[in-house]
Design a protein around this ligand. Structure first.
Ligand code: ASP
Length: 408
């Protein structure tokens, strides 16, 4: 790691800590910096669509052959599915041990319109959301899942047309390089951007005292979620050490992305930085281009863990017991609901309705945890991004050998 990268990591960490302190000390006055945070967020979002298109097409076509795509794709899906399943199991374990919802009652706030309007999101909707009839409008609405599906198909077809594909592949390779350069430029504003995002959010939430009130009401629930997420973070770290050629410094190299995930509560907005950090850490470009964009869209370990804890918490609060059968349903639906959640703030809260419905719990139960969701969202997004990054390092082992040099 170069001197200037070290300086940037330190500056981002200082920005995050200063954001927490100023938000707590100056409270609502910090609402005045919200626009600076939004500006930084918009700069990151501005890059997502061209970056995802360029990365997925150039990453997949660099694998060379559709059969190799199958092997890498299979390994990637196994990684996503197994780590998400482990996350949900950890969530169920901690929530059964701590039982944070027992005896807290059902007094919650009313469901926000945004959530009640989406109450009919189901599995069919998730499957349907994978294909868009209009890829331009999907891109305009930043619906990444149909965009990625289109790019995967496009790149797969590209590998089958012989030499005619050379110019197109070169174009997307070049576009990808340009986008990564832009990421580096935007990243220099990360310290002030992260500062403003965190200070502004704490300020809008009413400052330290207001947050304290919210946290105390469901303190044991927050503790359970954060404990589960911390355990899963460590499990992923162990997976990294066991199944990749990366060492402990990988975590330090990824810090900029992890702090940005915490600051933005959006894995999609963090994606450009995640890709840049993984590149700095020495992960193979093909793995970065393939695993990270898809991961930021469907691989959400933190969200899956959070959903299982939240649903069990609501059941405990309502005094409804969840046996092994119901918990198996929670296990399956939380895994799938996390896949359906977009990489944007509080998306997991919406897809959680699927899990609640599957075990016949009232959607109003979400009212119990609504007030603290923005806060927990930051922790789960950090774990989501960590899960994707570890995935890129692990999947690297399954890439085909040939062409590695000229693609690097
Ligand atoms: N905010 C999360 C993410 O972007 C999704 C969620 O759990 O709400 O990864």
């Amino acid at each position: 790691m170069t001197f200037s990268e070290n300086k940037l990591i330190i500056a981002i960490l200082i920005g995050a800590v200063a954001g927490i302190l100023s938000g707590c000390i100056f409270g609502t006055a910090m609402v005045s910096v919200v626009w600076i945070g939004d500006l930084f967020l918009d700069a990151l979002k501005m890059m997502i669509v061209p970056l995802v298109i360029a990365a997925v097409i150039s990453g997949v076509s660099s694998l060379g052959d559709i059969r190799k795509l199958g092997k890498v794709g299979g390994a990637t899906l196994i990684y996503y599915a197994s780590t998400t399943a482990i996350a949900v199991l950890i969530g169920l374990l901690v929530v059964n041990l701590i039982q944070p919802g027992v005896g807290i009652g059902q007094a919650g706030t009313a469901l926000s319109e945004e959530i009640s309007n989406k109450a009919n999101t189901g599995f069919v909707d998730i499957i349907r959301s994978m294909i868009s009839p209009n890829i331009i409008s999907a891109a305009a609405d930043m619906k990444l899942l149909p965009l990625i599906v289109f790019c995967l198909l496009f790149a797969a077809a590209l590998t089958t047309i012989g030499d005619k594909n050379i110019t197109i592949i070169k174009f997307f390779d070049g576009l990808n390089e340009v986008m990564m350069k832009l990421v580096i430029w935007v990243m220099t504003f990360a310290p002030i951007g992260i500062f403003a995002l965190i200070a502004g959010k704490i300020g809008s939430a009413g400052g330290a005292e207001a947050i304290q009130q919210e946290l105390i009401a469901v303190g044991s629930y927050c503790f359970t979620v954060i404990l589960g997420l911390s355990i899963h973070f460590i499990v992923l770290f162990i997976i990294l050490i066991l199944f990749s050629n990366q060492g402990r410094t990988f975590l330090i190299k990824l810090l900029r992305a992890l702090v940005t995930a915490f600051g933005t509560a959006s894995s999609s907005a963090t994606l450009p930085l995640t890709m840049e950090c993984a590149l700095e850490a020495g992960v193979d470009k093909r793995s970065i281009k393939f695993v990270l964009p898809i991961g930021a869209t469907i691989n959400m370990d933190g969200t899956a863990l959070y959903e299982s804890v939240a649903v069990m918490f609501i059941a405990q609060a309502y005094g409804i017991s969840m046996g092994i059968g119901e918990q198996t349903i929670i296990f399956i639906t939380a895994t799938l609901a996390a896949i359906g959640a977009a990489g944007i703030p509080q998306a997991g809260l919406v897809t959680m309705l699927i899990v609640l419905e599957a075990v016949n719990l009232p959607a109003e139960g979400i009212g119990l945890i609504l007030a603290v969701d923005w806060f927990l969202d930051r922790f789960r997004t950090t774990v989501n991004v960590w899960g994707d990054s570890v995935g890129a390092a692990v999947i690297q082992q399954y890439l085909p050998e040939e062409n590695t040099k000229d693609l690097k």
